[in-house]
Design a binder for this molecule. Structure first.
Ligand code: MN
Length: 511
C-alpha cells in the first residue's frame, strides 16, 4: 500500500503559532496514544495509530483547534479500544482532555437505527455540545477519517454509516459553519448511498472541466493582471469545482435536474487583504467581465446564519465561461472552511468580524428552535438575563477573553437543556423544575399539569432538572396551578402565568 501517513511533525507544523506548552502536550499525547494502540490494525490492514489516530489529530490541527482538542483527538479511542481509563487520562494530561475524550467515547455508543432514533442521536450530540463544543468537533474529524476508509466495511454497514453521516453530521457541520468538512462528508456519504448517480455526476463534471478548464486558466491570468494593474497587490486566487453532492442538490432543487443550469459549478475565489479590497475587486471584476443580473450577493454586509461571509457574483468571462466569483478576506476564508473550529485557537481574541458571534448564536445554529423558546414574543416575557449578560461580557473584556473562555463560562454555567419526548429542546435556567418546563412549552400545558416524568420516571413538581433530561408533562383538564408553585419556579414566564391563572380562579370563585 502506497499510503503515506501524517507524522507528529506534520501536526506540529500546523501548530506553528501555538505555544511550546501546547506543542508539548500534543507531543506527549502522540507518544502516549502510539504506545496504547501498539499492534492494533484497521480493517484495511493499516496500522490503527498511524492511519486513523494520526489523521484525526492532523485534521484538528489543520482546522486551527487548540492543543487540548488535538491531544484529545490523538487520544480519542484510548478509552474504548485500549486498556487506558479516564482516570489515567486525567492524571497523565488534565481534566479537560479527559472530558473531551470521554464525550467522544460516549457519542460513539450511539447506534443509528433509522429516523426515529435519529432524533435521539441528535439529542445526545446536543447535550455533549452544550457542555463543550469541542467534543462534537473532535467527533466530526474522527467521522471524516472513518468515512474516508468506509469502503473496507461490509456493504450494509457502509450504507448505515453513510446515512448517519448525511443525516446527523452533515447538518451539524453546516450549522457550525464548517464548510470544508461538510463538503467532504457529504460527497463521501453520497458516493456510498447513490453510487450510480455519483458516478454519472462525477463523469459529467469531469467532462465539463476538460471542456473549459484551460479557458478558465487563461481567464484567471487576465483577472490577476487587471486586479494588479488597478493597484490591488496583496491577494491570491483559488479555483475549485463544486462538490458532487451540492451540485446534484442544486440541480435537483432549483433546475429540475437540469445540470447545465447550475451556473456556479466553477467557483473562483479571490482572497484579499481586507473588506475594502473585496468591494473594490467586485467593481473591477464587473468592469472586466459581464455580471449576470441578480447574482450579486453581499454576504459580507449580510452574513449567512452560520456566520459565512463573502461577496458572490456570477459572471461570464471573456472566454465565455460562467463562473461564480467569491471575494473574501483571509479570515473569512478560514471561517468559511473551518467555522467554529477556527475560533478555538489558543489566546486568539475574537476577530473584529466574528466577535459579535456569541456562543448562543453558534448554539442557535445547532438548535433551530432555541430562538423561539428564549426570545418569546408574546406575553411580554423579557429577553433572558443570561443573554444580556453574554453581550455585556463580550463588550466589557473583548481582548482578554478567548472564544473558548466565553464558551465555557457563559451559557453553560447557568443554563440547562432539557428535551421533550419528541426531542424538542427546551432551554431553561439552572435548577428549573418540571413546572418551568411545562410553562415553557405552553401556558395551557402548565395550567393543566398534574404530573411529570423525568427520564421515564415519575418526578415531583419541584424536582430540579438536569442537562439532558427528557421531561414528559402529564396533563388533566381539571388540574389547576397551585400557590405553592410560585415559590418553586425559576422562570419569570412560569411565575406570571401561574399568577394570572390563580387570579382568574379567584375571580370565578367570588362570583
Ligand atoms: Mn475513532
Amino acid at each position: 500500500m502506497s499510503q503515506t501517513y501524517f507524522t507528529l511533525k506534520d501536526i506540529l507544523s500546523q501548530m506553528r503559532e501555538q505555544s511550546s506548552d501546547a506543542r508539548d502536550i500534543v507531543t506527549r499525547a502522540w507518544e502516549f496514544a502510539q504506545k496504547a494502540h501498539d499492534g492494533q490494525k484497521r480493517l484495511s490492514g493499516e496500522p490503527y495509530f498511524q492511519s486513523h489516530i494520526a489523521s484525526t489529530g492532523y485534521y484538528l490541527a489543520e482546522a486551527g483547534m487548540d492543543a487540548s482538542s488535538i491531544a484529545a483527538g490523538l487520544l480519542h479511542d484510548t478509552i474504548e479500544d485500549t486498556q487506558i481509563t479516564p482516570e489515567e487520562l486525567e492524571k497523565e494530561f488534565n481534566a479537560e482532555i479527559r472530558f473531551i475524550v470521554e464525550g467522544v467515547t460516549k457519542l460513539g455508543t450511539i447506534k443509528y437505527r433509522g429516523m426515529e432514533r435519529h432524533v435521539e442521536s441528535m439529542r445526545k450530540l446536543l447535550v455533549a455540545t452544550a457542555q463543550d463544543l469541542r467534543v462534537i468537533i473532535v467527533k466530526m474529524y474522527d467521522r471524516l477519517h472513518n468515512m474516508q476508509t468506509n469502503k473496507f466495511h461490509e456493504p450494509e454497514r457502509q450504507k448505515r454509516k453513510a446515512l448517519e453521516t448525511m443525516e446527523v453530521y452533515v447538518p451539524i457541520a453546516e450549522r457550525l459553519g464548517m464548510g470544508n468538512i461538510k463538503a467532504q462528508l457529504e460527497d463521501l456519504a453520497f458516493a456510498t448511498l447513490e453510487p450510480e448517480k455519483y458516478e454519472e455526476l462525477t463523469h459529467r463534471i469531469d467532462e465539463r472541466k476538460k471542456e473549459v478548464g484551460h479557458r478558465i486558466d487563461e481567464d484567471i491570468k487576465d483577472l490577476k493582471k487587471t486586479l494588479g494593474e488597478s493597484g490591488l497587490r496583496d491577494f491570491r486566487t483559488e479555483y475549485r469545482v463544486k462538490g458532487v453532492h451540492s451540485f446534484s442538490n442544486k440541480a435537483h432543487e432549483r433546475y429540475n435536474d437540469d445540470l447545465s443550469a447550475v451556473l456556479d459549478l466553477f467557483a473562483l475565489r479571490v482572497i484579499l487583504k481586507n473588506t475594502e479590497d473585496c468591494y473594490r475587486a467586485l467593481g473591477i471584476v464587473h468592469g472586466l467581465w459581464r455580471p449576470i443580473p441578480g447574482k450579486v450577493k453581499d454576504y459580507i454586509a449580510f452574513p449567512k446564519p452560520n456566520g459565512y461571509q463573502s461577496i458572490h457574483t456570477t459572471v461570464i468571462t471573456r472566454r465565455g465561461v460562467t463562473v461564480e466569483l467569491q471575494l473574501r478576506t483571509e479570515l473569512m476564508h478560514r471561517d468559511a472552511q473551518y467555522g467554529v473550529a477556527s475560533h478555538f485557537n489558543y489566546k486568539q481574541s475574537p476577530s473584529p468580524h466574528t466577535s459579535k458571534k456569541t456562543t448562543f448564536e453558534w448554539l442557535q445554529n445547532l438548535i433551530p428552535n432555541l430562538r423561539r423558546r428564549t426570545m418569546p414574543t408574546q406575553n411580554g416575557v423579557p429577553t433572558p438575563r443570561w443573554l444580556r449578560d453574554l453581550s455585556y461580557t463580550q463588550e466589557e473584556h473583548p481582548e482578554s477573553q478567548t472564544f473558548e473562555d466565553i464558551l465555557k463560562k457563559d451559557v453553560f454555567a447557568e443554563r440547562i437543556f432539557a428535551f421533550t419526548p419528541k426531542g424538542d429542546v427546551i432551554d431553561l435556567p439552572l435548577a428549573a423544575t418540571p413546572i418551568d418546563f411545562a410553562y415553557s412549552i405552553h401556558s395551557d400545558v402548565g395550567d393543566t399539569m398534574n404530573g411529570a416524568k423525568v427520564n421515564g420516571k415519575m418526578a415531583s413538581f419541584e424536582s430540579t432538572l438536569k442537562n439532558g433530561d427528557v421531561v414528559e408533562i402529564l396533563t388533566s383538564k381539571n388540574a389547576k396551578p397551585n400557590h405553592k408553585w410560585l415559590g418553586v419556579v425559576k422562570t419569570a414566564g412560569a411565575k406570571s402565568h401561574i399568577k394570572s391563572a390563580l387570579k382568574k380562579e379567584e375571580e370565578e370563585n367570588s362570583h
